[in-house]
Design a protein around this ligand. Structure first.
Ligand code: SF4
Length: 382
């Protein structure tokens, strides 16, 4: 398979592992944050960590779009279908994420709310066309990768005067989150994360390019290497980071150049800029309120903005007691540090978002058995 099998070859993986071993300095530790859940899953699924020297540590970051959405926004989505009687369209993972009062969208659906799982914004638009007597709301989540399709849907709805369609917008921005995590390295801050560099997201960067990371790299003096989601991508990008760290360089480098350019997809960026603008502030699960870290729908599209069309309560819902998702999303803890992991919290009965989402760290630990290695005392498990 072109561009997949080539990046999973065992012999090449061992060769890169040897190069890493040769370049790693034995008297120091390397803490590399993989921002994206896609990288976390590649690391666990292909055993990348096991090929690394013991002093190279992967720290799991907040790059899972389902995990970073705070409970009040999920409460609002439930409120849309329960109180405002809309058809709420959402991606599959979002259905099972716990909200406050032990609710979730799937439980709301079981109780009679009209929640529909969709695969794309186009499915949601089609539902609106088929149900002109009902309000249809698309629950939009995700980083820069999923934002252009939402922008297209809003433009289509306006063009067709599809007045029963609207978007509950929760799109968030990657570079702001990286900056915020590095801000928390301030020794005066509560949360301290020792990081030496970042594996940058691949799909997000195919849209925004590598340029938006440059200000953070310049400001915080931590290197970023954009990496694809295959195991050899992750390993090669790790080698590039280790080289930068050894040489004292701090640059944005691009391992995923078969897809990502410095400028990114200008057409998609233009589309997003026409429909969305920066929010002043937005709450992220684990990272709290962050300025200019999310998007809202521009005034010309206000009629298709669910937050303007429907009155929504100010929920104060929080994670269940004992759930360590917020610390895991900041890279402060690993899933096995959570007392609920594998006992009360399992994929069948998730207590937090990190166990639900296919990109969540807890789900990755569970799916690939990483916690069993931890229990045997492996030092290299995370
Ligand atoms: S194991 Fe469950 S409760 Fe604990 S951090 Fe992960 S998702 Fe949250």
């Amino acid at each position: 398979m072109k561009y997949v099998n080539e990046f999973r070859q065992k012999e090449l993986a061992h060769k890169i592992a040897e190069n890493i071993k040769a370049e790693v300095q034995p008297d120091r530790d390397y803490h590399i944050m993989e921002f994206c859940g896609g990288h976390t899953h590649a690391i666990f699924r292909y055993g990348v960590q096991d090929l690394m020297p013991k002093n190279v540590h992967y720290v799991h970051g907040p790059g899972c779009p389902v995990c970073v959405l705070p409970i009040p926004r999920i409460d609002n989505a439930i409120e849309l279908c329960e109180r405002h009687n809309v058809i709420l369209c959402t991606y599959g993972d979002m259905m099972r994420v716990p909200a406050s009062q032990k609710k979730s969208l799937i439980k709301a659906k079981a109780a009679g709310a009209d929640v529909r799982m969709v695969y794309s914004t186009q499915n949601a638009l089609e539902l609106a066309r088929q149900n002109p007597e009902r309000d249809v709301v698309f629950f939009a989540i995700g980083f820069e990768t999923t934002t252009p399709p939402t922008a297209i849907a809003l433009q289509q709805a306006r063009k067709e005067r599809l007045m029963n369609f609207s978007v509950f917008c929760n799109h968030v921005l990657t570079p702001s989150a990286i900056g915020h995590i590095l801000d928390s390295e301030d020794p005066q801050a509560d949360a301290q994360v020792a990081l030496d560099g970042f594996l940058g997201p691949s799909h997000v960067s195919s849209v925004i390019g590598t340029k938006p990371y440059e200000p953070a790299v310049e400001k915080y003096k931590k290197p970023v290497v954009i990496a694809g989601f295959e195991p050899l991508d992750v390993m090669q990008a790790s080698l590039m980071l280790i080289r930068q760290i050894n040489e004292g360089r701090c640059e944005v480098e691009n391992e995923y150049h078969r897809v990502v350019t410095r400028d990114g997809n200008l057409k998609a960026q233009q589309l997003v800029a026409e429909v969305f603008e920066l929010r002043d502030t937005f709450e992220w699960r684990g990272l709290g309120w962050m300025e200019k870290s999310a998007l809202q729908i521009r005034a010309p599209f206000a009629q298709w903005d669910a937050e303007k069309r429907f009155e929504l309560s100010k929920s104060t819902g929080r994670d269940v007691k004992g759930c360590a998702c917020p610390d895991i999303l900041r890279g402060m803890k690993k899933p096995t540090d959570c007392k609920l992991f594998g006992t009360i919290c399992t994929p069948e009965d998730p207590q937090g978002a990190c166990m639900v989402s296919s990109e969540g760290s807890c789900a990755a630990y569970w799916s690939y058995g990483r916690f069993r290695m931890d229990n045997k005392g492996s030092e290299n498990a995370a």
